[in-house]
Design a protein around this ligand. Structure first.
Ligand SMILES: [Zn+2]
Length: 210
């Protein structure tokens, strides 16, 4: 396996960051770096030496816990592989975007997972996953949804607005925006629960100009 400098993702971030600075109505966006044990390099090749050429995808999640307790987890050192987890961005209930992991790096948002037939194995001890070509964006779960049930009342308009703005700026096409539930192969992940793509699409279209 050869590490990648993540230049494609770095350029994407720089482009979105510049658009954020130029857009007065853009959502607040703060940097809250995750501890470096919770993410790693992207790779140019997989464990078999195959050159990797997947285009980026966006994978949506929810925190289940509060944003604060999720942040506490991501900012804590986790030396053991099985304890490490992170997203690139987290969107709070009030519509703030929290930048956790550089886009040039591989956030550990999904374990055993595949996007269609696209999946990459970068660790011989772990199942293939989408992490190598994913941008992971998580939504803070509303207080009444902090349980293991199948549903909750859903996300706030401010969250959809911030998410719609962020996704639109990346230029990543709708066909490559998915959910953890959709890419999961473990049978254990159902997030983001009660998420509405129809609602997202309304903000995605109307917020595109800025
Ligand atoms: Zn998830």
């Amino acid at each position: 396996m050869q590490p990648s400098d993540g230049a494609v993702y770095q350029r994407l971030f720089a482009q979105v960051r510049q658009q954020h600075q130029q857009c007065a109505s853009a959502p607040p966006w703060y940097s809250v770096p995750a501890h470096s044990t919770n993410f790693g390099d992207r790779f140019r090749t997989d464990i078999h030496g195959n050159l990797l050429q997947q285009e980026p995808i966006i994978v949506l999640h929810e925190t289940v816990a509060s944003a604060q307790s999720a942040l506490n987890f991501f900012q804590t050192s986790h030396p053991r592989d099985e304890d490490q987890a992170s997203y690139h961005e987290l969107i709070t209930l009030n519509g703030w975007i929290l930048h956790l992991v550089p886009w040039s790096k591989r956030a550990y948002g999904a374990g055993n997972s595949t996007f269609g037939s696209e999946t990459v194995q970068t660790n011989p001890r772990l199942a293939p996953s989408v992490n190598n070509f994913a941008l992971h964006i998580s939504l803070e779960t509303p207080p009444q949804g902090r349980h293991n049930g199948q549903h909750h009342q859903g996300y706030t308009p401010a969250q959809y607005q911030a998410l719609g703005w962020l996704i639109a700026q990346t230029g990543i096409p709708p066909a490559r925006v998915t959910t953890h539930a959709a890419v999961d192969r473990s049978g254990e992940r159902i997030d983001p629960r009660s998420f509405s793509f129809a609602t997202l699409n309304r903000y995605w279209q109307t917020d595109r100009p800025c």
